[in-house]
Structures are given as C-alpha cells and as structure tokens.
Design a binder for this molecule. Structure first.
Ligand SMILES: *Cc1c(COP(=O)(O)O)cnc(C)c1O
Length: 363
C-alpha cells in the first residue's frame, strides 16, 4: 500500500533527500564519521552550515543587508525572542489571523509583564473562527512602533497572506513556518522572517531566522541564547547548533534548487492545491471553511464532511487506506491535507479518488 503523509508537521520530506542522507549516514564526505558525530567547529560542518546559508540566500534572493541564523527552540521561541530583542520601550503590533498568531501575541503580552513594551492586537479574526485574514487601517499604526507581526500561512485554519500589508513604514515580521519556500515572497518586504524547519525545510529542531541587520538589538538582552546580535556575531555557533538538522536543511535546499527554485515550487503547490480545492468546490458533500479564494493556503487545506460523525469515519477509513495524518488539528476537527513542497501530486489525485468513493458510500 502506498502511504501518503498529510501531516502538518513534522511533515513529509523529499525521498531523494532521505536517500542521500541514508547513503551518507555512516560516512560523511569520507570523514569516516556520521554528520551527527562531527564537531560543529570542524571544516566539514563549516562547509555544511555555510552551504546551507548560501543556498537559502540564493533560493530566497536574500539581500546582503540581512543575516541568516539557524537557531533552536522552534518557531515558538521566536514568539518571545522577537519582542525581547526588538520591542523594548516601544509598541509592537500583532495581526491575529490564526491560532499561531494568537500564540505569538499571547507570549508578547506575557513578556510585557516583565519587559517594558506595549503589545497591541491590531486586528483579529478570532471572533470569525479565523475563516479569513483580518484587515486593518495602516493609519492606525504608530510609525515609531517596533514592528507589525503577521503569519503568512495559518497552518491550522488554511488561510494565507500573499500580499504584504501596508504598515505605515513599520517593519513587518513574518512567521513563515508553514509556507517558507512554498510561496514566493520578497525578503525586502519584511524586517524579519522566521520559520520552524519541520514543515518545509527539514526535521524538527532548527529554526531559520532572516533578519535585517539594522534591526539587530543594540543592547544585550536577558540571555545570550535569546540574543539575536550574539547569535549573528557567532554565525549561529554561539553554542552547539542542531548540526544534523542543518545538514538536512542543506539537502532540502539543494533539492528545491534542482527542481527550479521557489517560483517553481509555488507553481507546483498551486497546481496540487487547486486540484483539491476545485474538487471540494464542486462537491455538495465536502466544504472548506476558508472564506476568500485569494486567501487560500497552498500548503494546508482544511475541509469537512456534512457531520462530525462522518468526519470521524472519514479519518478512520482514510488512515486505513494509507492517507496518514489527515485528521484536522484538535482545535478545529474535520480534515486537513497538508501539501508541502515534498508532497507528491499523485497523493492529491489518489486522495480525491478516495474522497469521491467516500462521498458515494455516505452521501
Ligand atoms: C508549526 C507552527 C509554529 C510552531 O512551531 P514550533 O517549531 O513547534 O514552535 C508556529 N507558527 C506556525 C505558523 C506554525 O505552522
């Protein structure tokens, strides 16, 4: 039976990448050692981390005025690091368009009890259950504010922000965890971009941060590990970095480059997701909660059947048929197909055939 992994993260990785890692597993570049056994200060690892950075710079066309960091603690640690480093004594705005954006805002509020800054919820679609990205008036933003935080892809709710909003000149910070390298953004439109690796970049354990140099904190913060300037000055080697994860990220970057880069990935992802959206749209059995067509995520596609009981049945039968991890997030229920870069088109075609059959048997 073919297994298709629809997991939202940790997610499917390109088979070619896993095979390359397997082939090099015991002996990396004739070093006689596994990547996991290499010193993070060795010549071999230096080439890996520099190679990963330069590939990412090439793929995303990252200008020289930005620093690229490979950190730990997941995207969630960035929820605290961002205000800690950038917001002290200032205002920090949050656009809350999904559960992750809400978490980022909630962490900021928590931190503001001990660090002086003012987190402000600029707009929220929480009352609408996040079926759309909320809009806001740029004129309401204090131009002296530290940043406006957005989530480019709402992993749980299936909406995405493709047009970077007008923020009255205030830098935009984007949580790009679930659509980095899957949709084509201009790095210059952002002050900072960050992403946990486990959706589109590699295994869990690495967090990519791309930050404009002039936004690096001037003053040391609370802890060295949480200090962007210290991390940048040490080229992400202030302490032992997640070496194997960075190596895997490098292999994934090579794979994306070989396939034609980010624009090509976006094209393929749109094609894959359109297949599923088009099917859902013409169906009278399945529905997608996403309100606006132009806000549809190409990475995560939530959908439901006519009842919660049928959703349970769908998930059970889908799992048995090899469609793994298609159950929706525990907070929203239903189903969710995550179609990241490494997810094959054939998996979408086969899923649609399964959905048709399920509809016929249960309508
Ligand atoms: C998965 C996800 C996170 C959380 O990432 P961790 O690495 O588990 O902390 C944050 N934001 C978004 C948009 C996500 O998809």
């Amino acid at each position: 039976m073919t297994i298709y992994n629809f997991s939202a993260g940790p997610a499917v990785l390109p088979k070619e990448v896993l095979e390359k890692a397997q082939a090099e597993f015991l002996d990396y570049a004739t070093s006689g050692m596994s990547v996991m056994e290499l010193s993070h200060r060795s010549k071999e690892f230096d080439e890996i981390i520099k190679g990963a950075e330069s590939l990412l710079r090439e793929l995303m066309q990252i200008p020289d005025t930005y620093r690229v960091l490979f950190l730990q603690g997941g995207a969630s640690t960035q929820f605290s690091m961002i205000p800690l480093n950038l917001a002290q004594g200032r205002k920090a705005y949050y656009v809350v368009a999904g559960s992750w954006g809400k978490k980022a805002y909630t962490e900021a509020v928590k931190l503001s009890k001990t660090i002086p800054f003012e987190p402000i919820c600029l707009a929220s679609s929480e009352p609408q259950n996040y079926v759309e990205i909320p809009s806001f008036d740029a004129g309401a933003i204090d131009p002296q504010a530290a940043y406006v935080h957005v989530t480019t892809n709402n992993t749980i709710e299936g909406t995405a922000l493709y047009q970077v909003p007008d923020t009255n000149g205030v830098p935009v910070i984007a949580d790009m965890s679930s659509n980095i390298l899957a949709a084509d953004y201009q790095v210059e439109d952002f002050g900072m971009i960050y992403a946990g690796a486990q959706k589109n970049i590699g295994p869990a354990g690495v967090t990519v941060v791309i930050i404009r140099e002039d936004l690096l904190n001037q003053e040391p913060v609370l802890s060295s590990m949480l200090d962007y300037r210290i991390q940048a000055e040490n080229n992400s080697l202030y302490n032992t970095p997640p070496t194997f994860g960075i190596y895997m990220a490098k292999l994934v970057f090579e794979w994306v480059k070989d396939l034609g880069g980010v624009a090509e990935m976006e094209k393929r992802n749109r094609e894959k997701s359109d297949l599923l959206y088009d099917y859902i749209e013409q169906s009278s059995f399945y529905t997608s909660p996403v309100l606006h067509k132009k806000q549809r995520s190409v990475a995560n596609i939530p959908f439901v059947s006519p009842s919660a009981e049928l959703d349970v049945k769908f998930n059970k039968e889908a799992d048995a048929a090899g469609f793994k991890n298609i159950k929706g997030h525990r907070s929203v229920g239903g189903m969710r197909a995550s179609l990241y870069n490494a997810f094959p088109r054939q998996g979408v075609v086969d899923l649609i055939a399964f959905m048709k059959k399920f509809e016929e048997e249960n309508a």
